[in-house]
Design a protein around this ligand. Structure first.
Ligand code: CDP
Length: 216
C-alpha cells in the first residue's frame, strides 16, 4: 500500500508526507534524497555528472557498498551537504539518465515491498515507480510561493537566487525525456499556493481515509 506524492521543488511534499506518515503510521521515503546523494558523491569524487555510464557505475558501487536500503536511507551526509547549490545543479543532470533512474526505481520498489505501508515522495512516484498506487497526490504552487517558502526553510541564498533555481529545476524536471515531472492521470492535484499546511494535510488525509488508508 503506497501513497504516492509528486510535485515540483518546495511544493510542500516533505512536510505533508511526514504528517500523513504520523497520522496513518506509514513509513516515509524521500526519493529525491537518493538522487541528491548520487549527485553529491559524483561531485566529491570528480565523476562527470554529464557522463551517464560513469554515474551509473558510481551508483552500482554505492549500492554494493551500502546494501540496498542503505543507499536510500543513508545518513552519512548532513542535510546541508545534500542541499548545497552545487548539488542542486548536479542533481538535475544525473536525474535525467534513464539507466540511473531504473536503478533508483528498483531500490525504491524493493524498499516499499519491505515496508508494506508507506508514503513516498518524488517526481515520478505515481507515474513510473508505483503507477498502481491507490492514492496519488500532485502538489504544486506558484514558483514565487515555493521560492519564498524555501528561503524561510533553508535560509540559503537570496529570494531571487532561490527563485531562479526553482524555475531552472522545474524546467529540467518537466522537460526531460526519462520520467518527466507530470501529474499522473489519476493523481489528485492540489495547488498549495494559498493553503496553510494543515489545510493541505486535511485534504490529503481525508482522501487517504476514503481510499482505505486506515489509522493503525
Ligand atoms: O526537495 P526538493 O523538492 O527541492 O527536491 P528533491 O525532492 O530533493 O529532489 C531533488 C531532485 O531530484 C529534483 O529536482 C529532481 O531532479 C530529482 N528527482 C527525480 O528526478 N525523481 C524523483 N523521484 C525525486 C527527485
Amino acid at each position: 500500500m503506497v501513497v504516492a506524492v509528486d510535485g515540483p521543488a518546495a511544493a510542500g511534499k516533505t512536510t505533508t508526507c511526514l504528517a500523513l506518515a504520523g497520522t496513518f503510521g506509514l513509513k516515509y521515503l524521500e526519493s529525491g534524497r537518493t538522487y541528491r546523494l548520487l549527485a553529491f558523491e559524483a561531485l566529491r569524487r570528480s565523476v562527470s555528472v554529464d557522463d551517464e555510464s560513469a554515474v551509473v557505475s558510481l551508483c552500482e558501487e554505492l549500492i554494493e557498498s551500502s546494501r540496498t536500503a542503505g543507499l536510500l536511507e543513508v545518513d552519512r551526509h548532513d542535510a546541508g551537504d545534500l542541499r548545497s547549490r552545487a548539488v542542486n545543479v548536479a542533481v538535475s543532470a544525473v536525474a535525467k539518465f534513464p539507466e540511473l533512474r531504473r536503478r533508483v526505481t528498483e531500490l525504491v520498489r524493493v524498499w516499499a515491498g519491505a515496508q508494506g505501508r508507506c508514503v513516498v515522495e518524488g517526481r515520478d512516484i505515481g507515474t513510473v515507480v508505483f503507477p498502481a498506487a491507490p492514492v496519488k497526490f500532485y502538489l504544486t504552487a506558484t514558483p514565487e510561493a515555493r521560492a519564498a517558502r524555501r528561503v524561510v526553510q533553508e535560509r540559503a541564498g537570496s529570494y531571487e537566487d532561490v527563485l531562479r533555481d526553482v524555475m531552472r529545476r522545474d524546467e529540467a524536471d518537466m522537460s526531460r525525456t526519462a520520467s518527466p515531472l507530470v501529474p499522473a492521470d489519476d493523481a489528485v492535484v492540489i495547488d498549495t499556493t494559498d493553503l496553510a499546511v494543515t489545510q493541505v494535510v486535511d485534504l490529503m488525509a481525508s482522501l487517504c481515509r476514503r481510499r482505505g488508508v486506515a489509522i493503525p
